[in-house]
Design a protein around this ligand. Structure first.
Ligand code: SF4
Length: 355
């Protein structure tokens, strides 16, 4: 059951309540390079990213930010550290949201100035609490950057900003430790109904980062926690979007994607099956948005059942691969043609679906 949170508008994307969980990513180009950043924003949007965060570390980036806002339809979040004037500048230049860590923006007066600007322009503010940058007094009191310490800091910021009459807020509590991230978000969501941006920070390179993110984000989403999410990867940000979509689709949270079901292989099948499955998966990337199940199975143990249960599938047999379509075995094909034939069948099916 999804936890019901307040609804915060981030540009044209509503975050929270029962709105779909919004996928975010962050550009890694130099923000001041407007062409490169615009191009990356467009790639992210095309991949399915609904909110894009852009670092604004200096005046050159701030100057570019207005051009980026004007050049895209996806809401942009300005990521600001240390200098509150950059946050105010980004708000004035049309940021849909600014992401700040109130602990490093210069002090209470500076935080108030940012919040006043956000209130004036209707800009959302994401308060990012990161285990790596908690205030010293809280660290001493809690004996380190514990989940409880993160929650305490987030709730303090929440009270302070609400006391200013501002509640256009989204919170994030992130750690590179998966369990700490999970616990912090569970504790926070039990005490606050502000929407949560979830993710495991500094998760790692593609494989490790995807696994760690899937575990951390997946556990939270399965408990109904999380209104927007980012998978942090040391990789092309488009990969972050792909992984995020797979996490949402795995949990049946509003996204239905093409899924290639393939068996892990064993002594009952040909070693060629792994190559066939990889080729099929690659061939079908262009159809990833279609809600189809495709089976690539190694033998007659689970193969026919899984293939029959799929839109199209193959199950290897001693003399080749049995091709299934719509629940029926329709043809025996040579192994070397299996990947191409299966791809062709999906192409035909996709064309009929998109007519
Ligand atoms: S489907 Fe057949 S080949 Fe594949 S893992 Fe199962 S038993 Fe082994």
């Amino acid at each position: 059951m999804r936890r019901e949170t307040r609804i915060v508008q981030v540009g044209n994307v509503a975050v929270g309540g029962h709105h779909p969980i919004a996928i975010q990513s962050m550009t890694n180009t130099q923000t001041s390079d407007v062409c490169a950043t615009k191009e990356q924003i467009a790639r992210l949007q095309e991949a399915g990213c609904q909110i894009v965060r852009v670092a604004v570390p200096d005046k050159a980036a701030l100057s570019a930010f207005a051009a980026l806002v004007a050049g895209t339809t996806v809401p942009l979040v300005a990521d600001i550290h240390f200098d509150y004037r950059l946050a105010v500048g980004a708000i004035e230049r049309g940021a849909a949201e600014v992401r700040i860590n109130p602990g490093n923006i210069g002090g209470r007066k500076q935080v108030h100035t940012v919040i006043a600007a956000a209130a004036k322009h209707g800009t959302a503010v994401r308060v990012g609490v990161n285990s790596g940058s908690l205030p010293q007094d809280v660290l001493s009191r809690f004996g380190g950057a514990t989940p409880e310490a993160m929650v305490e800091v987030a709730l303090l910021y929440s009270q302070e900003m609400q006391s200013m009459g501002f509640d256009n807020l989204i919170f994030s509590l992130k750690s590179s430790d998966v369990l700490a991230t999970i616990r912090a978000n569970i504790l926070f969501s039990a005490q606050s109904d502000f929407p949560l941006h979830i993710g495991v920070t500094e998760a790692g390179t593609l494989l490790y980062g995807a696994v760690r993110s899937a575990v951390g984000i997946g556990v939270l989403l399965a408990r109904g926690i999380g209104d927007t999410m980012r998978v942090s990867l040391t990789a092309d940000p488009v990969e972050e979007v792909r992984v995020a979509k797979e996490i949402l689709a795995s949990l049946d949270l509003g996204l239905k994607l093409l899924r290639v079901v393939s068996c892990p292989t064993c002594a009952r099948t040909s070693s060629e099956l792994i190559g066939i499955a990889e080729t099929v998966e690659k061939n079908l990337e262009e159809f990833s948005h279609l809600p189809l199940k495709i089976a690539v199975m190694g033998c007659s143990v689970n193969g026919p059942g899984e293939a029959r249960d799929s839109a199209v599938g193959i199950a290897l047999a001693p003399s080749g691969a049995v091709l299934f379509r719509g629940g029926e075995a329709i043809e025996l094909i040579p192994l070397r043609e299996a990947a191409a034939r299966l791809t062709e069948e999906v192409r035909v099916l996709a064309a009929s679906l998109t007519k």
